[in-house]
Write a protein that binds this ligand. Structure first.
Ligand code: BV8
Length: 248
């Protein structure tokens, strides 16, 4: 896209945001890519190249090979622990108070939005740094675990698993209902760094569109959402978002 065009499009996006009082943001792995956290579909490198993330991130994948899946999450946790929010995360945190109603819905499990200061956050897919009992589904504190065993065992005897929602598992109903209700009421839906493939998160922009909202997408390439976007801002989230804030 021509540079001049992108500046015009950013101005158009800012005008839409200026007129809005209710905004929903949907983020995906692309918003954390500039922190060094590989996107979900690009993540498989080195040792993990041979594995399909959708198989590893599933209850069956864990049952079939608990140690392999646990080690994959430990590998990803180390990257998350050593990462910090980028300008896109900080910009979204700064934009929050500009609107009467603002909800940030993320598919990411790295908690970087909260670490950047965002308060109204719905984490649809859970949190990678948390542990839950595979049978009881309760949160398990590190103090309860012998972390030298992989995967560790819950005091009840079952395996412990990362606190994320796996493929084939239902998104917790309360956060999903909150995200859908906000999407149906918003005037602008800002979609940042997602391929728009994973359901039910990927339905959020369509719900907003049907409610008459303006769909603004920020992505380094086209996605499954681009066709329904009114404004497509091609570029890196860490570059585009600060530009939006500068003009706001
Ligand atoms: C459910 C946590 C029902 C784990 C994740 C067939 C069989 C089984 C299931 C299904 C099926 N068909 C459909 C389904 C449903 C399935 C699904 O949608 N599958 C897809 C693949 C077709 N969904 C589910 O299973 C969901 N649950 O349906 O339950 C149910 C109901 C009742 C009872 C029981 C069951 C659960 C889905 C949640 C899965 N868990 N994460 C973990 O992380 O390990 S999803 C995972 O993908 C991550 O959270 C990731 O965020 C998410 C989505 O991907 P994206 O965020 O979009 O990332 P991606 O890499 O794809 O794209 C990155 C984008 O960023 C790209 O567009 C790129 O261009 C852009 N980008 C890159 N750099 C930048 C950038 N943009 C801007 N700036 C940059 N710098």
């Amino acid at each position: 896209m021509q540079q001049a065009n992108i500046e015009e499009l950013i101005k158009e996006a800012v005008e839409k945001l200026h007129r809005a009082s209710r905004v929903v943001v949907l983020t995906g792995a692309g918003v954390s890519a500039e922190c060094g956290i590989a996107t979900f579909r690009d993540a498989q490198t080195g040792l993990w190249e041979q594995f399909n993330p959708q198989e590893l991130a599933s209850p069956d994948g864990f049952r079939d090979n608990p140690k392999l899946v646990w080690d994959w999450y430990e590998y990803r946790r180390e990257i998350v622990r050593s990462s910090s929010p980028n300008p896109a995360h900080f910009t979204l945190a700064a934009l929050e108070d500009r609107f009467e109603k603002f909800l940030l819905v993320t598919q990411n499990v790295d908690e970087l939005h909260k670490r950047a200061g965002s308060r109204n956050v719905v984490e649809l897919h859970g949190r990678i740094l948390e542990n839950r009992c595979f049978e009881e589904d309760r949160l398990v504190a590190d103090e309860e675990l012998d972390l030298d065993i992989t995967p560790p065992r819950c005091p009840c005897g079952s395996y412990v698993r990362p606190g994320v929602v796996w493929f084939g598992e239902a998104i917790p109903s309360a956060p999903l209902a909150e995200a859908f209700a906000a999407a149906r009421r918003c005037e602008v839906c800002l979609v940042i760094g997602t391929s728009g493939v994973v359901q039910p998160a990927a339905s959020i922009p369509m719900l907003a569109l049907r409610a008459g909202a303006c769909i603004i997408e920020v992505n380094s390439e086209e996605s499954a959402i681009t066709d329904i976007s009114h404004i497509f801002l091609r570029g890196k989230a860490g570059v585009i978002l600060p530009e939006i804030k500068k003009l706001s």
